[in-house]
Design a protein around this ligand. Structure first.
Ligand code: CP
Ligand code: NVA
Length: 311
């Protein structure tokens, strides 16, 4: 018997499904959530790393949709004492209707999913952050009312957030440009997948080392921390590689479209990847992105359990 579907990366959803999540989220934000979409459903959140937004946006969304949940830090589980990931997947999935997991290694997430009887949702891995990309593209849609002809530029580390944002832009047909220093590019394999998708949707993808080239005529300028969770040992060499050239400053954003907005997944290191006046200025939409995490996750859960019926 084939296993259930999972949401481990953006391309686990088809274009129509990805857009349906965003449309549903816009509707939920405007009119409220259906209070019984998750009635009788129990979701476990399994987190190996800290979280403010993802944890609370998911737990709040689950409660509002009538479901229940448990939050499990990996230290609370036998995982901390070396229980194999496949056993955690096989056992937990007999108790719950879904697993929302934040993991150190994407390979562990794949192993959990392969051994799970219920849908696994990626709440961030070292490779992907697809739930963030849903909220980001919802924010773009709210502000522009369309995806085609919109340009999103990312300046900084070719990390999990950048990878999922690139995949999402290519999927919905928005243009995407990224400027990163050599050695910090989006992994080649992920880039190739997005290029294949972009050929079908007509999205333009640009990869460069030059921040000014990336932001030229961009409608959105996005950045994230230079040192992601799990990369702390590389802090010093990363600061040398990224600073000062890859910081989003007033000067850099002035090279984008005159109406350009600033985006950030948060948490923000003001003064590192972004000038404080940009992060906290009138162009910034980062708090809307953060709010939209809850609306898009609610929409995703509603669709998975009450409409698409993945289980
Ligand atoms: N953006 C995001 O995923 O934030 P948290 O790490 O606080 O969940
Ligand atoms: N790239 C960051 C995102 C945090 C939400 C990290 O992985 O730490």
């Amino acid at each position: 018997m084939p296993g259930p579907r999972h949401f481990l990366e953006v391309y686990d959803l088809r274009r129509e499904e990805f857009v349906e999540v965003i449309r549903t989220a816009v509707e939920f934000k405007r009119s409220g959530y259906p209070s019984s979409s998750l009635k009788g459903r129990f979701i476990a959140l399994l987190f190996e790393k800290p979280s403010t937004r993802t944890r609370v946006s998911f737990t709040s969304a689950i409660s509002r949709l009538g479901g229940t949940f448990d939050y499990l830090s990996s230290n609370d589980l036998q995982l901390a004492r070396g229980e194999p990931v496949y056993d955690v997947g096989r056992v937990l999935s007999r108790y719950v209707d879904g697993l929302v997991c934040r993991v150190r290694r994407h390979a562990d997430l794949l192993e959990l999913a392969e051994n799970s009887r219920v849908p696994v949702i990626n709440a961030l891995s070292d490779r992907h952050h697809p739930c963030q990309a849903l909220a980001d593209l919802m924010t773009v849609y709210e502000l522009k009312g369309k995806f085609e002809g919109v340009k999103v530029a990312f300046v900084g580390d070719g990390n999990n957030v950048a990878t999922s944002l690139m995949q999402a832009c290519a999927l919905v047909g928005a243009d995407f440009a990224i400027a990163s220093p050599r050695g910090y590019w989006i992994p080649e394999e992920e880039r190739r997948k997005a290029e294949r998708v972009a050929e079908e949707t007509g999205a333009q993808l640009t990869f460069t080392e030059d921040p000014e080239e990336a932001v030229r005529s961009a409608d959105f300028v996005y950045t994230d921390v230079f040192v992601s969770m799990g990369f702390e040992a590389e802090s010093q060499e990363r600061m040398r590689a990224f600073l000062p050239r890859y910081r989003v400053t007033e000067q850099l954003i002035s090279k984008a479209s005159p109406e350009a907005r600033f985006m950030h997944c948060m948490p923000v290191k003001r003064g590192e990847e972004v000038e404080p006046s940009v992060a906290d200025g009138p162009r910034s939409v980062m708090y809307d992105q953060a709010e939209n995490r809850m609306h898009t996750e609610a929409a995703l859960l509603h669709l998975i359990y009450s409409v698409w019926r993945w289980i």
